[in-house]
Design a protein around this ligand. Sequence first.
Ligand code: BTN
Length: 269
Amino acid sequence: MSDSLPPDLAAALAGSRARRGPLGDPLVYFAEVTSTNDIASARAERGAAEGTTIVAASQTAGRGRLGRAWHSPADAGLYVSIVFRDPNVAPYLTLAGGVAVAEGIRAATGLPLEIKWPNDVVTRSANGPARRRKLAGILAEASSSAEGLQYVILGFGINLKPAAYPPEIADRASSVEAELGRAVDSAAILVEVLAALASEMPALSKSDPRSLLTRWRALAPLASGSAVECDGPGGRITGIAAGVAEDGALLVRVGGRVERIVAGEVIWR
Ligand code: BTN
């Protein structure tokens, strides 16, 4: 059973309908879930329409990339999952999610952010990649059948308030409020993220990622020219990041050749 929408969220949704397209319509709110991706996926299996959005105040089994847990304490973050069905849009959802979260937080709060490939939303820092702290992440999970793609669940988690992060991430994590030194309006952040995501949909549904890639590149200066270490097709490589391909792969120059990195952990030097 879902819970009733907090009044500030209901008001923010009502005032942003035209900018959100189908996203957040319906928006189903829970005080606590295992993972919003699980709830969204169960609803998608039962036929939920594109744009159906699940929001929870806390997750007991929030998950991140590479099998990691996503720390999801009550009322300290935004935990959101959206159902997508358009197969043209699906290949770009991870990049689009990162751009929308970074742009949405900035639009609602003024906090400038960057993206670390593929989709970590991090603070800006003049002191090198290692000083950037992560405050949001994206997890896109697809379901396919013999007929092709059924749906993609785009989940994103945004740390809003300082929390007791697990020790292994404590020195690399931050929150929007910790960075700004003031309270923020979580409903405003959510609708700005949905609006930023919706603004890319018309082009992506025509399989045109040019505007998305321009926006992504502007937010990801590290992806061009930084020294990186990562797992390439033939084993561990060190090289220089050389941008992102149209399909979202990170390009890494190693000596005279360019490797395509499609998954895994990247260490930015
Ligand atoms: C990452 O950076 O590792 C991705 C984190 C994704 C977390 C969000 S929170 C909402 C949605 N539900 C989940 O269980 N995970 C995603």
